[in-house]
Design a protein around this ligand. Structure first.
Ligand code: PMP
Length: 449
């Protein structure tokens, strides 16, 4: 099997995600034969550093021996069992460990098998909680502008990225949108903190006026990833927690992308010192190996569903692969690596290396912003630096960076005009410097007329 062979067959049979398939008339698919560490390798020995962690999921490299071993061990015991009426050791141990490592007060774990499904479960739970508590009028959700929470209809409705949402608008529930604290839009000289506080005023107003009809506010803490790796100050969430308590509204934290160390702490909301009512996790939960997600919630929420069957208060929601034992075993191995290797601490050096390696781009006339939050770094290409005028999306300048990177052993996959690194944590400093070099060349090529 060669590269060309597989690509030709693949184009006949596979409909790829998030892709205009016609693009592949000129932009070849990249066939991958094997992965090892940060490297992805094709059938002709070309290699690529996976700088985007294969859609933000991979934490400890491809074919990680410790995770591979955990899969082998689990598969010989139990591959899967129904989780209604039955239980198993990996799901119990994983739930105990997740309760231990997440912010205090999250004591119950409900499983699904991808990020969007976790968001859907959290939405339903929040609405159902208020209904069980005799407040069925609380049925609306508040989101932030430029947010992203997944592609299923409920999760898509909560998002605010027009590219993904607009087409399906007639199918989606209405949500109330508050302006994002996205620091990119702050005034010159204004601190990220004061901008976040200023943006919070509108959220406070929405909650004050409409809390009787609102079940929950849903946020992506610290980084709006799909929205272009836009970042904001944690104070927003500290204020939001206070306001949600005051107005009896749930706070749903979607840490699907930012959880497991991407922001520099294990979970992003640690930086705001708060506990949400619901926390959705996926992606890094299995270090990029298997589809698994979880919604963690409080005893208070759980207790509102706990009653005699005939009251019909139970959460009758399920997925076939809920709590899959192999997925749970991988998640346990992932948490072991975090603990044994002191990953969060050692990532600080990598994070510093990331910022040093791109510092020279700050003065580039087409770089509007370099921002970083822990292990995520983004460089925003602009047409005009002073006014931050973006390049028109139709010019697809990010694709030029992607194409260049492939010729230089790197998988960089810009979001529009935003080039970013969100690498696996086993990346070396030399590899980071290489990515920075490739990004610099790619930006140079991309901004030419
Ligand atoms: N929420 C956030 C913040 C995400 O980044 C994503 C995926 N990019 C999702 C939800 C949806 O997760 P999934 O793709 O697994 O459905």
């Amino acid at each position: 099997m060669g590269n060309a062979d597989l690509v030709a067959r693949g184009l006949k049979s596979v409909w790829h995600p998030c892709t205009q398939m016609k693009d592949h008339e000129s932009l070849p698919l990249v066939p991958i034969k094997r992965g090892e560490g940060v490297w992805l390798e094709d059938f002709e020995n070309n290699r690529y550093i996976d700088a985007v962690s294969s859609w933000w999921v991979n934490l400890f490299g491809h074919a990680n021996p410790r995770i591979n071993a955990a899969i082998v061990e689990q598969i010989e015991q139990l591959e899967h069992v129904i989780l209604a009426g039955f239980t198993h050791e990996p799901v119990v141990r994983l739930s105990e460990r997740l309760i231990e490592v997440t912010p205090p007060g999250l004591n119950k774990c409900f499983y699904a098998d991808n990020g969007s499904s976790a968001v859907e479960a959290a939405l339903k739970m929040s609405y159902h909680y208020w209904k069980n508590c005799g407040q069925p009028a609380k049925k609306n959700f508040v989101n932030l502008s430029n947010s992203y929470h997944g592609e299923t209809l409920g999760a898509l409705a909560l998002g605010d990225v027009a590219l993904y949402k607009e087409t399906y608008h007639p199918l989606l529930m209405d949500v109330i949108t508050a302006p994002s604290p996205d620091a990119y839009h702050r005034e010159p000289g204004e601190s990220e903190e004061s901008y976040a506080l200023r943006q919070f005023a509108e959220m406070e107003k929405i909650l004050a006026e409409r809390h009787e009809e609102i079940c929950a506010v849903v946020v992506e803490p610290l980084i709006q990833c799909a929205g272009g790796m836009r970042m904001h100050h944690p104070v927003y969430h500290t204020k939001l927690r206070e306001a949600c308590d005051r107005y009896h509204v749930h706070l749903i934290a979607d840490e699907i992308a930012v959880g497991f160390g991407r922001t520099g702490t294990m979970f992003a909301l640690e930086q705001a010192s708060i506990t949400p009512d619901f926390m959705c996790l996926s992606k890094g939960l299995t270090a990029g190996y298997l589809p698994l997600s979880v919604v963690l919630t409080t005893d208070k929420v759980y207790d509102a569903f706990y009653d005699d069957y005939n009251t019909l208060k139970a959460f009758l929601h399920s997925h076939s692969y809920t709590g899959n034992p192999i997925g749970c075993a991988v998640a346990l191995a992932t948490l072991d690596i975090f603990r044994d290797d002191r990953v969060i601490e050692s990532n600080r050096e990598l994070s510093a290396c990331m910022s040093e390696s791109v510092a020279h781009l700050a003065d580039h006339p087409n770089v509007g912003d370099i921002r970083q939050c822990g292990m995520t770094l983004a460089i925003e290409m602009v047409k005009d630096k002073t006014s931050k005028t973006p390049f028109p999306w139709q010019e697809r300048r990010g694709v030029r960076v992607y194409q260049h990177a492939l010729t230089r052993q790197a998988l960089l996959r810009p979001l529009g005009n935003v080039v970013y690194f969100m690498p696996p944590y086993i990346i070396t400093k030399d590899q980071i410097r290489h990515l920075a070099q490739v990004a610099t060349e790619g930006i140079e090529i991309a901004v030419r007329d």
